[in-house]
Design a protein around this ligand. Structure first.
Ligand SMILES: [Zn+2]
Length: 376
């Protein structure tokens, strides 16, 4: 049995931002709510978006998306959406603004509270095709949320959950690599490692989905060939374009299911203090989880190594350790400020995460605790 969906329309390449008016017309959007964050707003990228809006289209902006999307911010954006009589959304930024736009698209047409729609609580069938249309315009190369069917959300009850539905796939993904030229090295590295972790975890997922496997392998190769280049020289347009494609590919394939890296990073990403960057967490967690899974997917490890330009018997965990060091990623959770005391609770949360069942080796809270302790 396989359920394979590749359904959205993607514009990719330099200059595609200018084609946006065609998408507004096709989707019937006249008053979009532009969902972004302060960081993006401060870069001047919004001006580039405003420049391509059709004459007379209002500039309605919600720029208070936190670093990890929250229910409170979703409700604030929803208020704005309703007050301005909006009829669609533009998620403009990294994964957080795009995910938050998806969450607003649910509540704009479905009854609350948001917790109803958590995938882990059986919310998937409650999300219907009536969601408001979302156009995703990524300004980082990482999450793949521009083509993904999930929105990660920190609920008021303290849980970080996935809102998941094929109807949450943005109706358009507009991928203009130029928008990432100004991304600083550290964010380039962290978002790139998120994308790489999507390709690796998807490929290792035991579900049967050969098209996703092929995309994952191609994406992993593209990312490792270009990530160091883009970190060293943010203006390297070819590397930026390749990374944006690699991130897109990660998002196109992770419907096959992720694994223990994301199980843990979703749990740790729910911490309010300190707030932890999703991509950086994945970078730090990749080597220990690859070691944990070694022996459960040997042939796939060889195929991954070859796709990444390494020898078939290369030690993938060791390679990622070296890559992390070269692009300035931290080595441990302790270095990121994760307090020892929260680990047991995080291990329990990770066990219940929607990414956990597709790890190639069965993983329980006790395993998660050991992996985290070894990475402190
Ligand atoms: Zn991720």
């Amino acid at each position: 049995m396989a359920l394979i969906t590749y359904l959205t329309t993607i514009r990719f390449g330099d200059g595609v931002l200018e084609e946006l008016p065609e998408d507004f017309a096709a989707l019937g959007i006249a008053r979009p709510l532009i969902v972004t964050d302060r960081g993006v707003a401060a870069t001047g990228l919004l001006e580039r978006l405003f420049a391509v809006l059709p004459a007379g289209m209002p500039r309605i902006v919600f720029d208070e998306v936190p670093s990890n999307p929250t229910e409170a911010a979703t409700l604030a954006a929803l208020d704005r959406y309703r007050a301005e009589a909006c009829d669609g959304l533009i998620g403009f930024g990294g994964g957080s603004p795009i995910d938050l736009a998806k969450a607003v698209s649910i509540l704009a047409t479905h009854p609350g509270p948001l917790a109803r729609y958590a995938a882990i609580d059986g919310g998937i069938p409650l999300i219907t095709p009536t969601v408001a249309p979302v156009i995703a315009i990524p300004t980082t190369s990482g999450t793949g949320s521009e083509v993904g069917r999930a929105a990660l959300m920190n609920l008021e009850d303290g849980r970080k959950v996935g809102l998941i539905s094929p109807h949450l796939i943005p109706k358009r993904a507009v991928c203009e690599p130029d928008l990432t030229l100004g991304l600083p090295p550290r964010l380039t590295a962290a978002t790139g490692m998120d994308a790489l972790s999507h390709c690796i975890e998807t490929f290792l997922s035991p579900r049967f989905n050969p098209p996703a496997d092929a995309i994952a392998l191609d994406g992993a190769g593209r990312i490792v060939r270009n990530l160091e280049k883009a970190v060293a020289d943010g203006q390297d347009r070819e590397a930026r374009s390749e990374l944006m494609m690699g991130a897109l590919q990660g998002g196109m394939c992770f419907q096959k299911g992720l694994g223990a890296i994301h199980g843990l990073s979703h749990a740790l990403g729910s911490l309010k203090n300190p707030p932890l960057h999703h991509g950086t967490l994945n970078a730090v967690l990749l080597p220990p989880v690859l070691r944990f899974n070694a022996g459960s997917a040997d042939d796939k490890y060889r195929r991954l190594a070859l796709a990444m330009g390494l020898a078939a018997d290369a030690d993938l965990a060791e390679y990622i350790d070296g890559l992390n060091a070269r692009i300035g990623m931290p080595k441990t959770l302790g270095e990121m400020g994760v307090p020892e005391a929260v680990l047991p609770e995080m291990a329990e949360k990770a066990e219940r995460d929607h990414s956990t069942p597709t790890n190639p080796r069965p993983v329980a809270a006790a395993d998660y605790l050991r992996i985290m302790r070894e990475t402190m």
